[in-house]
Design a protein around this ligand. Structure first.
Ligand code: ATP
Length: 397
């Protein structure tokens, strides 16, 4: 048993997922475990890693310890630990490089070649060797995340190496998908803002995207997004993108170009790129309009075209008046229109591109209380269609 699970047990923290490294044939061990527990294997890759889901939904990662460049002649005397020892050497920090034997012969024996237990006790994040951030610059994000989650601190030398790695531009060599995974992991923390701030202190955001500075405002908004998401979620579309809301917060003070660069650097979908960039670019204007208690129709127009993630972002970034406006907007969104396109065709109008504009205007009038009944709505639609020179071919026009 290795990694985060061992760390969490030593710290007395609850742990859900199980990480196991097998000295030998990982996949067949995973298959036996699946048969024994009634779990199912959902992944099995070419590195000998299997992911097993237990009937109670807990996850067991089963990896295979590999020796590739390992020289058995120079090995530690205890053969059963030589392979796992190699595995531990490739890990990120000492606190994550402690293993506990599960085999019956050595059950419970602790293997701790990097003094991870002492670092856990002292609250220190320490890399295992000088080249650690060069080997894998994503550890820059992980270091800040673990430090903030556990309220630990970076060992002095580790911090020096981390800062040097940032200055040397090593993050430029990391793929968009890997950076995205790390940034997502930050936003899945209970309090992501402190990690965002710490990475700003290291110069990471600017190194990742020139012009991206997560200063105090950004960190405050990121913190507020966590709350805003919780408060608004019952009124949002179920698939609203929390991640996009956080990215908007991260890029709050960035230029539109830098916000776009961030979304491109992370390899987001076209849809998400637009959503994030638009919200960052539109923030000032939207906030000032929403602060003036706009009429429902104006509110609807102002927020049209913004994603639900953007609503969460504006809510987090705005004052009480802005928040009230967004709540009114969301309440208004639940109101059904008095008439639809079918009412117009029923009156003999041929469907046309003008329909959606007309229906939108009728809806705006409905929200503002100008039309209150279906008859009034139909009448207004008729007037608008006539003004647009739409001709009814039949019906009671
Ligand atoms: P969390 O509580 O966030 O899940 P974790 O420590 O379990 O923390 P994972 O990302 O699930 O983190 O990784 C599991 C283990 O794999 C880590 O504890 C660490 O030993 C190792 N590991 C993960 N990422 C890296 C990396 N980039 N470099 C080296 N080792 C890594």
């Amino acid at each position: 048993m290795v990694g985060g699970m061992v760390r969490d047990i030593i710290m007395g923290r609850g742990t859900v997922d199980v990480d196991v490294v097998v000295n030998g044939d990982g996949p067949s061990f995973a298959a036996s475990l699946a048969a024994l527990t009634g779990g199912s294997i959902v992944l099995h890759d070419r590195f000998g890693t299997s992911v097993l889901i237990l009937p109670d939904k807990r996850r067991v990662d089963v990896a295979t310890a590999r020796t590739e460049t390992y020289n058995a002649a120079a090995a530690l005397p205890d053969v059963s630990f030589t392979v796992i020892d190699y595995d531990l050497k490739r890990r990120d920090f000492s606190i994550n490089a402690v293993a506990v034997a599960l085999g019956s012969a050595e059950f419970g024996e602790v293997l701790d070649p990097f003094n991870g237990q002492a670092d856990i006790a002292a609250g220190v994040i320490r890399v295992l060797h000088e080249g650690s951030f060069v080997d894998d610059p994503t550890r820059i994000f992980r270091a800040a995340r673990f430090e903030q989650r556990f309220q630990f601190h970076l060992d002095e030398e580790t911090e020096r190496l981390l800062r040097a790695a940032v200055r040397a531009g090593l993050l430029n060599h990391v793929s968009g998908a890997r950076v995205r995974n790390e940034v997502m992991a930050i936003f899945e923390e209970r309090e992501p803002a402190t990690t965002v701030k710490r990475l700003q202190d290291f110069g990471v955001w600017n190194a990742l995207v020139p012009g991206l500075d997560a200063n105090v405002t950004a960190a405050t908004i990121v913190a507020a997004i966590t709350m805003a998401g919780k408060e608004l979620s019952p009124s949002l579309k179920p698939d609203w993108r929390t991640f996009n809301a956080y990215l908007m917060g991260l890029a709050t003070d960035a230029s539109e170009a830098a916000a776009r660069d961030l979304t491109e650097r992370l390899g987001l979908s076209h849809h998400s790129r637009r959503a994030v960039t638009r919200a960052v670019a539109g923030r000032s204007l939207v906030l000032s309009e929403l602060a003036n208690e706009p009429q429902p129709s104006v509110l609807r127009q102002t927020l049209a075209g913004y994603s639900d993630a953007a609503l969460v972002f504006f809510y987090a970034a705005g004052d009480a008046a802005v928040r009230a406006s967004i709540e009114r907007f969301l309440a208004g969104r639940r109101i059904k229109p008095l008439i639809t396109g079918r009412d117009l065709t029923r009156q003999g109008y041929l469907p046309s591109a003008v329909f959606s504009d007309v229906l939108e205007s009728v809806m705006a009038a409905q929200l503002d209380g100008i039309v209150k009944t279906v008859a009034e709505a139909n009448e207004l639609a008729r007037q608008l269609l006539d003004a647009a020179n739409q001709i009814a071919v039949s019906g009671d026009k």
